[in-house]
Ligand binder design. Structure first.
Ligand code: ADP
Ligand code: MG
Length: 316
């Protein structure tokens, strides 16, 4: 007998919603032991996964299950955007708190499905668990690189312009549940220019720029006055400057990319993306990052940003 508030009732409910939105790549969707996807024969497949933990990545309240579901897919869409790829299908693993009832995972799915529909992503499978712990959501997203291939972090070259979409800082007070993954922007950039390196800013502008620099074995100079600072960062009143928030906060989910100066100039001169872009600095030979302030003074820009930490043990 199926329990109307149990795992199989929930899966059936999800299946009915997800099935109507299957895209052409889906051979087998929810309901069998594995999903089957037909990707273009020539495309490189992209795969990314993110896990969101209640108590670490969000608290409910203030977050709602709809917001958590949307975000669990959105962070993965942002990773596919960072490779300038096209998302195709997702599988979703959830561990639901028993005392949250069946409404919690339903609302979670609704938040996810709405965003999946927007970007024509099929939800093709998953795993559902119910336990006495907090909510855990893991989304794995499959995508395809375009004919021009994926854009990596390790290909920034000295002389490149460093550019971004959107603005930075204050995400926790602002748009970290409602951000728009920059998929269309990334595909347009990949079509219109020759992108050298790209990633999406999740850890923080400074931390993620350092990821590009480390992987590409280059250094950078950033112009402090050129860094686009979000409205939310300007409104925070905690003793740190809006610039510090923009460089360190993270969860901006904007694109950070490098291109030749010629292509950078062209991008600034046209409105190809429909999203603001900024030129914030240059790639140079060497390592590390210098931050040039409005008065001409320079400071070293440390990594800043967020990193999960293990407890200290004797074995380290
Ligand atoms: P199995 O025991 O063979 O792994 P399950 O009973 O766990 O299968 O799941 C049945 C079907 O429902 C599978 O196709 C699985 O991928 C899908 N599924 C389970 N949980 C979810 C979920 N939360 N979201 C989407 N699909 C799910
Ligand atoms: Mg099975």
């Amino acid at each position: 007998m199926t329990n109307s508030a149990g795992e199989f009732a929930l899966i059936e409910w999800i299946r009915q919603r997800a099935a109507t939105h299957a895209n052409q790549a889906v051979g087998i969707g929810i309901g069998d032991d594995a999903a089957a996807l037909r990707l273009s024969p020539s495309a490189e497949m992209l795969v990314t996964v993110d896990v969101l933990l209640e108590g670490v990545h969000f608290k409910m309240p203030p977050a709602t299950p709809v917001e958590v579901g949307r975000k669990a897919l959105a962070v993965n869409l942002s990773d596919i955007a960072a490779m300038a790829g096209q998302p195709v299908a997702a599988v979703v693993g959830i561990a639901c708190p028993r005392d949250g009832g069946i409404d919690l995972p339903r609302e979670l799915h609704e938040g996810m499905q709405t965003l999946a529909d927007e970007f024509k992503v099929a939800i093709v499978g998953g795993d559902t668990n119910i336990w006495d712990g907090p909510l855990v959501v893991s989304v794995t997203l499959f995508g395809e690189a375009t004919g021009s291939g994926p854009v990596r972090r390790d290909s920034a070259r000295p002389g490149d312009w460093i550019m971004t979409t959107g603005s930075f800082g204050g995400s926790l007070a602002g748009q970290h549940f409602t951000f728009q993954p920059r998929l269309l922007e990334a595909l347009a950039l990949h079509r219109e220019t020759s992108l050298h390196a790209m990633l999406d800013v999740s850890d923080g502008l400074a931390a993620d720029l350092h990821h590009i620099l480390d992987e590409s074995h280059v250094g950078a100079i950033l112009q402090a006055d050129e860094i686009p600072i979000s409205e939310a960062a300007r409104l925070i009143n905690d003793g740190r400057t809006p610039l510090e928030h923009a460089l360190g906060d993270g969860e901006d989910f904007e694109l950070l990319f490098t291109v030749s100066p010629e292509e950078g100039r062209q991008l600034l001169g046209t409105d190809t993306l429909g999203t603001p872009i900024s030129h914030i600095g240059e790639i140079i030979d060497g390592s590390g990052c210098r931050l040039v302030h409005g008065d001409g003074s320079e400071t070293n820009l440390p990594r800043l940003g967020w990193e999960h930490g293990f407890a200290e043990t004797d074995s380290g």
